[in-house]
Write a protein that binds this ligand. Sequence first.
Ligand SMILES: [Zn+2]
Ligand SMILES: [Zn+2]
Length: 241
Amino acid sequence: MYNKRDEFTEKTKKIMQQRVGNCCSNPHCRCLTTGPNHNPEKATNIGVAAHITAASENGPRYDASLSSEDRSSILNGIWLCQNCSKLIDSDQNTYTVGLIQRWKAHSEEMTRLSIEGRELKPDQQYEGYFCPHCDTFCKTGVSVCLGCNSDIYYGSTPAAWRQDVQIGMMTSALLYIAILLFLPDHLNSQINTSFPLFLGLPFMVFFITGATITILSGIWFAKKKDTERRSNPPLFVRGRH
Ligand SMILES: [Zn+2]
Ligand SMILES: [Zn+2]
């Protein structure tokens, strides 16, 4: 059976394109979608008026509750480059209606700021942090500052990690020895038993148990501190580059 497609009109496509300044609306892409062609009488266009919910049944994110009119309305469209329009249609679980609508709103907002002559600061466009040494903006996830080559750590630095392991190991080793030293004495005096020192554990058992507990505590403590640090802004460490 013929599958009806609710296409956008040329006028709708044009307005969609102009509302985002002719740029792809994927915030991570934002590429220009037209440019000069080798033929001086032609322009190259890589922009696509993509459907947010599909134009026809079985298409990505198809919404049967929409009327034909809704489906071809500008509210159901987003201006993208060819790559990004392919991307959203190849994985509708990642690229949901909600996400695509946020892209569209973000892109139109960026374009509005731009046309009002307001300078777009990088932190308005991307998630990230300014380097405290050179003030270069570094996007989240980047591991080296492009301005001054500082290393960026999102959790513990290697030095802090080593120190945390040591603290964790030392604390648990001391606790382990203290408990085994004082527990028998305490029990003996309280409930009149006669546990020997260190509960009479054979030396190897005492040693291996102690070593295992100590190492595991060290790693556990360092991991805990690393997780805590990850909820704070990253550390910029000026390297020896
Ligand atoms: Zn794109
Ligand atoms: Zn820097």
